[in-house]
Design a protein around this ligand. Sequence first.
Ligand code: ZN
Length: 125
Amino acid sequence: MMRRNNEATERHAERRRREDEAPRLAAAFPSLLTLKLHLQEAKGDVSVAETGHIRHVVVANAPLLFEMPCRDTACKDGGHDVTNAIAKSLKAGEKNFVGEHQCTGYVGDTPCQRLLRYTATATYK
Ligand SMILES: [Zn+2]
């Protein structure tokens, strides 16, 4: 239990560090006004209802870093880094775009089956 807590704390610290080091969203995309992400995880073809949520990105302060944790509690070292995919769409000035990302973690010895789907809505100046 103690070890698990330490790992969680380390992961949190690592995440904070990466967020601090990432470029600011507003600096990278000066014309970006708002960004809303609808996130939903699926396991195979089945959506996992409780994982659905909307994230309103605070463009003025947000880092250019879109890493979502895997919501499977049994998943180890998982997560969804969709930073590059979203940055590419924002760079292209896309207003509505979707994407998905397969979790990179493991549940026991098997690769995690969770798939993150996002639907993004962006507005520009
Ligand atoms: Zn996972």
